[in-house]
Design a protein around this ligand. Structure first.
Ligand code: NAP
Length: 260
């Protein structure tokens, strides 16, 4: 059976790296995209190789149209086809500001990287997948969007982040509806609090909320790991959910439960 291939945005560090490693364990070759940290990307590629597969690293800012086109072109040039796109790259606001004071610069940055980038990258990926023949499982491709509990959790000091993640959840439904007839399934994975560089600056706050507080914000009393998200993406990559599209998977230690 032909080896499958994936493009994972923001795969140099954190959750994206965890996804790339799990995909390698599933036999996928992985295009490891990064924005500026080439050393981290090279390390991620080494881990992909140690996990038994291969790939290549590709710099590119998902907010930039020419970079998005190059990401797809290089992936296809290297692998011949694109079986899976994972829209993982994302940023938090540089400064947390109250919704009454939050500025346009942060809004535009988050909108460009976290929503506009994934939308137009998905458009390109879908067009590539539509040109491809079906694989052995009957799919032309699969698309996974990494959103957040911020889709439905209001954080008034980072409203821009919450709004763009809510947009990304809707984007999942739009592409799932549009592409379902064409052999392309689209999924949302909604992580809870995951230990990465993004949450490094708020470690003490979440140590208290998750571990020290009783009962704490999650029934499963630990931080999430990049591997937790990687394993969920791997299940999709291995076609464990062939009759699901537009579906959202909460990978959050049970954060989403309403509890009394
Ligand atoms: P992270 O540790 O800060 O890593 C961010 C990754 O995205 C890096 O690989 C970075 O590349 C890349 N990146 C940043 N801007 C980019 C751009 N413009 N174009 C391409 N790549 C870019 O973040 P993370 O915690 O792993 O988060 C990954 C995703 O999960 C994000 O979408 C985030 O919103 C989401 N998420 C995270 C959490 C959490 O608790 N950590 C929870 C829910 C959802 P460089 O290494 O080159 O900078």
């Amino acid at each position: 059976m032909a080896q499958k291939s994936a493009l994972v945005t923001g795969a140099s560090r954190g959750i994206g790296r965890g996804i790339a490693i799990e995909l390698a364990r599933a036999g996928y070759r992985v295009a490891i995209n990064y924005a500026g940290n080439a050393a981290a990307a090279a390390e991620a590629l080494k881990l992909v190789q140690e996990a038994g597969s291969d790939g290549f690293i590709v710099q590119g800012d998902v907010a930039v149209a020419a970079d998005r086109a190059r990401l797809i072109a290089e992936t296809v040039a290297n692998f011949g086809r694109l079986d899976l796109l994972v829209n993982n790259a994302g940023v938090a606001p540089n400064v947390r500001a109250d919704v009454l004071d939050a500025g346009e610069e942060s809004f535009d940055r988050l909108f460009a990287i976290n929503l506009k980038g994934p939308f137009f990258l998905t458009q390109l990926a879908a067009k590539q997948m539509l040109q491809q023949g079906q694989d052995a499982e009957g799919f032309r491709g699969r698309i996974v969007n990494i959103t957040s509990i911020s889709v439905y959790t209001a954080s008034t000091n980072r409203g821009d982040y919450c709004m763009v993640k809510a947009g990304l959840a809707m984007m999942t439904k739009l592409f799932a509806d549009r592409l379902g007839h064409d052999g392309i399934n689209v999924y949302e994975i909604r992580p809870g609090v995951i230990a990465t560089d993004m949450t490094g600056g708020v470690k003490e706050k979440y140590d208290k909320l998750i571990i020290q507080d009783q009962p704490g914000i999650t029934p499963i009393k630990r931080w999430g790991k990049p591997e937790d998200i990687g394993r969920a993406v791997r299940a999709i990559a291995e076609d464990r959910f062939p009759f699901s599209t537009g579906a959202c998977f909460d990978v959050d230690g049970g954060f989403h439960l309403h509890r009394l």
